[in-house]
Design a protein around this ligand. Sequence first.
Ligand SMILES: Cc1cc2nc3c(=O)[nH]c(=O)nc-3n(C[C@H](O)[C@H](O)[C@H](O)COP(=O)(O)OP(=O)(O)OC[C@H]3O[C@@H](n4cnc5c(N)ncnc54)[C@H](O)[C@@H]3O)c2cc1C
Length: 621
Amino acid sequence: MRKTGSQKPPHPTPALRGRSHATPAKRPTYVPSTQELPGITQRNLIRRLRGTRKHFLHCLKLQWPDHTFAPTLQTPVPIRGHAYLMQGYALRYSRCSPSPLLTSLTGQGAVYQHGKTLVMIYTPYLALFGIFLAHSRAEVVNTFDGPGFPTCANVAQILYPQSIEEVVSIVKNASATNTPVRALGGGHSWYNTSCSDDPRTIVFKTEYLNRISNLDMNAGTVDIEGGVTFLQLADWLHARNASIGYTLVNWNITIAGAIAMGAHRSSLREDSMVAAAAEALDIVNGKGELVHLTKDMTSDTWLAATTSLGLLGAIVKIKFKVRPDFKVYADQKILDEQDVMNGDIYGMISKYATANLWWWPGLKKFHYRYYDEISINDPGRSLQNTFSVSSFEASTATLLLEGGTSQAWLNSLAEKTFFAVWSLPNFRDNTTQLPILTWPTTGFAYPVLIGGLYPDQKPEWEMNLHGYTLELAFPVTIANKVLQRIRQLFDESEAQGFPMTSTYRSGINLKFGKAFPDLLSQVTLTDEADWSKGVMMYDHPSYRPKNGIRYNEPFYHNLAKTLISEFPCRPHWTKNSREVLNLVKEHGRVDAGHLQRFEAVRAQFDPQRIFKSVVGETFGM
Ligand SMILES: Cc1cc2nc3c(=O)[nH]c(=O)nc-3n(C[C@H](O)[C@H](O)[C@H](O)COP(=O)(O)OP(=O)(O)OC[C@H]3O[C@@H](n4cnc5c(N)ncnc54)[C@H](O)[C@@H]3O)c2cc1C
């Protein structure tokens, strides 16, 4: 067996168009905390930081005279005790050693460089911090947003197994010592909920478990390992005239990570939850045993495994449904808000293979996007761009949205701009790379349904555009009521002098999901409401300003609270903050009977509960 260490193996990952940012960082770790800081007012702190900044910039200029540095002080973000994060400084230079380095000391404090971010240490705590550094062995795993956005903020070790046997051995060791453990894929959770907060946690990343084999077009299946991503599989299948179909998600995410967390595309007509395409799952359970499960919709074990939240163990292999390659068209219309609010939403969505709505609340408009199948012989080779932006777009958006944190008219201008851009096809011709200017557009299924990055652009989060989101699923039968209630909240906010707009480049996303009767997915069936026709997922991304505080911040918290307290709903398991997950728990929105049945399966798979996460712990699992 090859050596398994916390260092990444030297050989490169397979060529992918998307990038993962979940690189292992070195000491120290930090735990975001909103606790108030005794004896230090924000103004005092900023004064101290200004003194430090002056000295710090001076030091930098001496060391790197040919570089320019950020002229403004970013609002410090409290992290742990009296340490503050100042994001933004270090992004302007690139010659720093990646190893931890005390960059500057002054009478008022110290600036600690951690990767691309700087940490301010208030002097009286410097000695203690030094001791902490000397003894801390904690590591950080970031979300797709990169440094400063931890998905697991405080873990003991990050491992990179290269075979299923290595996973078995890691879990056996963890089990023998009762150590928390977690499998991680591409890091596409939005919040710090992937691991437990226990600093003994060991995580292992699945990126080297990336083999694809046994394509069997008669059975309509292919075997993939736990680290295979959607883009990787789509490319591999396309080269063999095969396709994933509609059970996919919007980005370069691992299929196992999507199955674990119940991820989905948008369809009421077709199965579109990724787990619906699993025909068999190999899981390394909490005892370090490799368990093989085959699809059986009458077995609680299968129903638990299809949205396991990673609590049964690590999914290391999947027999995944595929179909012959096919082509689709994409078309889009603009609708007035009233046409959706009072319309037959189920009828609008269910007639297409996949469809969704994007809401622009300031403009009172929707984009209505729908896709369906055409002949494989039809012309067209379009590629959709879901997340890539040019530098010009990124800097314009940043300018407007940062200003919009205090000036509503800038948010309104941003929404109008985003709406205008999103009204045009976000597609290029995949052979000529020329933009496609008119709807509808056509092409092979995966590049049209999901697409990828334009080769000359980067995803928005690499251009410093970060977001928060909230995603809740409601029975589609009450979709109109839910949207009308949200409109009421928008109107109330405007009446109080705070008009609300979408601060995300594609608006507020309304996705839809056909029912899939497992235990913990967003689209499962329970008795308290009519979920049989499927769900509407309200996915509300919003711009995350540099200081972390949005325009009319209380609105977002009130929105979540109102929706969760007033309507039957289910959370997306990776797109909600701890606060939202707690609200869901508090209002009993996850069916108690389903939780109990899940727990019974978990007791067999992981009796010591070593596969822990904040998501599971919030719901008592
Ligand atoms: C840009 C972007 C687009 C997205 N689009 C969609 C979308 O269209 N639809 C949708 O539903 N969601 C979407 N998501 C959310 C995404 O599908 C989920 O967060 C998914 O779980 C991420 O998988 P990952 O491979 O990145 O895993 P990670 O983020 O690394 O892990 C997510 C969770 O899954 C667990 N996990 C990962 N791998 C395994 C494994 N092999 N075995 C057991 N547990 C595992 C982890 O422990 C963790 O709790 C999107 C997220 C982003 C950032």
